[in-house]
Design a protein. Sequence first.
Lengths: 291, 315
Amino acid sequence: MSENVIKIKHRNASMLRGVLIRLLRNKAAIIGLVIILVLIFSAIFAEVVSPYAYDEQNLRDRFLAPSTAHIFGTDSYGRDIFSRIVFGSRTSLMVGAIAVTISSIIGTFLGAISGYYGNRVDNIIMRFIDVMLAIPNILLAISIAATLGPGIVNVMIAVGISSVPGYARLVRASVMSIREQEFIEAARSIGASDFRIIMRHILPNCFAPIIVQATMSVAIAILSAAALSFLGLGVQPPTPEWGSMLSDGRSYIRDYWWVVTFPGLAIMATVFAFNLFGDGLRDALDPRLKQ
Amino acid sequence: MMIPVLIGVSFVVFIMSYFTPGDPAVMILGDMATQEDIDMMHKELKLDEPFFVQYGNYVKNIVTKGDFGTSYTTKQPVLGELLARFPNTFKLAGLSVILSVIIGITVGIISATRQYSVLDNVATTLSFIGVSMPNFWQGMMLIIVFSVWLNWLPPSGFSTPLHWILPAVTIGTSSAAQIMRMTRSSMLEVIRQDYIRTARAKGQSERVVIWRHALKNALIPIITVVGLSFGRLLGGAVLTESIFSIAGIGKLMVDAINLRNYPLVQGGVLFIAIVMSVVNLVVDILYAYADPRIRTQFTTVRLKDKLKLGGVADE
């Protein structure tokens, strides 16, 4: 018995190692990972990294072009744009992470139940998902945020709920393919409860697609959150957020290009990094896909 | 399939309007209204009825009278305002779809036929960047470069074809990137099939092999992505329209959000959901057109769907 456990552990370790090796060989994924790590680092140590405080106004220094003192220039209140971007990474990463947590928990739950029980339960949940899919993702987020009112928590909820359908469908599909396999039948025949079968036997086997989807959804969540903040439904000033920095700078684009360029680049780099990493992760976890 | 989904969407939209903060009666009458006036207005709007009765009224009004609600700001029916703006949004979405299909499929095929070449790598990287850019930011960048610096194209408005270029490019690129990636992977799969080798072996020109034999068979997933991206385009249009000051549904809704004019926002969501389901219907029909196998299945699938729906209705 204990020998078996060791064997299984060993096989798991080598599988994980295989995934890691494949991941590390993928240059694009590494670039993505490095950007993500840099972002997380700068979000944690924002006070150290940024040369100015994010709310330090200096009306005499309004709209300074990028220079050595302010590498990304200053905005309409004379605040250093680079510092605001660094602090903004906190908000964006946090919104991304929490929104994805919300959507993956709800989505996995719905998808697992739907895929496991099938028939009527499946039908009801999937029709519900169809309804959510009938509304474009960003519009759903906008209307939920409009209903809940502005604020960072509401943005997380809105973005999180609006990306539930993707998870639910994905998890359902993988659960359905695993449900029919023999080890599930074995688990059922020794009297394991449905809950135990789903939690211990099925979901761990759906882990790969879920983690890939989660990485990709962080990208989408950050984009949606930026869009909501741009509309004024998101994070309220003076907390720096990339989307609201874009909306602040919008009126000045004719004369001061840097005010909107750099926050947008920050969004793009972050989303790009998560997309690259997610893509690499998918190839690494499922080598069959890449031939 | 369409109708139950739309009923569901109307229910979701109704729940959202039900829980939206702020009393509609106060919003319509203004802050100066007396309590009596407000009570009268509640009666008139049937806001004193129970939740499900109100929902019933809401659906009944939409179906029988086409009444999506009344805008707080203009006191006009929401549907009228939406319909007045719809042509612009539709034109914008249509142009972007055409643009993204042309770019996406062409680049996707080129990438697939020259897999791992420099061209392929550049295109793949660009497609990643394309999906990573926020639409509205890309719009602002295009304005800075092409309107402010180069002075080639107008930064706002939607009156002449010259005005169409920047907004259509803004919305089109991100879905072009998706279509490109799907075309590439779908083509890569098809190109390795035996019938492509056969076509080449019988001396068919490469162009016909790719565009007729391969593309036709790779088309199904591409159609799916195009259909899905149309929804994204409508969603993306919301922000892009406001960047380029285009009088479309999106700008109407964004302005409504800022004025807390919720009936218009929610009416807009419902309206776009209806447009989307029509698009999905068209996509389903296109499947049948692209794949004869689906055409023959179609009758049985519909029957199955009907049976399934019957099951749900019993609940």
